[in-house]
Ligand binder design. Sequence first.
Ligand code: 13P
Ligand code: SF4
Length: 315
Amino acid sequence: MINPAYFESLGNETLEFLSKAEKLKKEKNAVVLAHFYEPIEIQLAADFVGDSLELARRCKDLECEKIVFCGVSFMAETAKLLCPEKCVFIPAPDAGCLMADMIDENHILRLREEHPHASVVCYINSTARTKAVSDICCTSANAVKVASAVEGDEIIFVPDRNLGRFVAEQVPQKKFFFHPGYCPIHDNLKLEKVLEAKAEHPGAPVLTHPECQPEICALSDFVGSTSQILRFVAESEDREFIICTEDGVIERMRMLHPEKTFFNPDRETLFCEGMKKITPEMLIDTLENGVGEVFLDEGLRERALRPIERMLEIK
Ligand code: 13P
Ligand code: SF4
């Protein structure tokens, strides 16, 4: 529940944008989905805000003609994979994920040759072409479950080496092979910054996204997806928290829990440019004029959908 004081603090321009977006959504039979890393005005304009797994699940049950996806391009692509009958739009088509661009299908084909008995578990932060040559997808929320459920004793985990290492620790019965990809935003967070924040705020639990480096995960009180971190905060009795993930999550926490205090150990680093590309003007333009429609070749769509569907079958 968003506190009313927060709405009162919004300027006229933001309130006008929100009311215009609301009107256009109805007129155009469109639903707006947004990731927690989006700018706060975009999150406020969305019908549903979630982590990658929740957003993928939500797409499937929508009864609307159009989906406007506010996130990075692999997320909008995933929505189109799951909902081919709907028009899917991303207001900033060049909003990319730096990690998704670190791997392509050739890397996977080479890894498969080196480890012919291993299953390929592909983080959803990847392009449709990468997914198309993978066995199953995962997100940061379900990666441990997926790796445990997948057949066989060997896993090629792509593209995030940090998430891969975090999962391998929880699934010691399997042998993992990693791709060296990473998220520069999370990977650049240095241990010293987190130690400094801990020294300044003793007693504040450290909540971390598994894309961070292993030594940061190891000293954290909780490691989980963006949704899981938000849930931890909502359910915790603590009043202060150190948050090791992108700043959009922290803004959302400040909006939802004004009575609690959140510390970002390195604000300059924990900022994803791709996630901040969509502006209110762009969202209105997409709703009004259909800018940024996502198209996928049908053969590629069918191949890339399979690993996503396998993931969604795992409860
Ligand atoms: P979530 O799976 O927690 O939504 O994270 C996605 C992401 O891009 C993290 O950098
Ligand atoms: Fe990609 Fe990192 Fe941005 Fe997440 S934070 S969308 S992994 S670049």
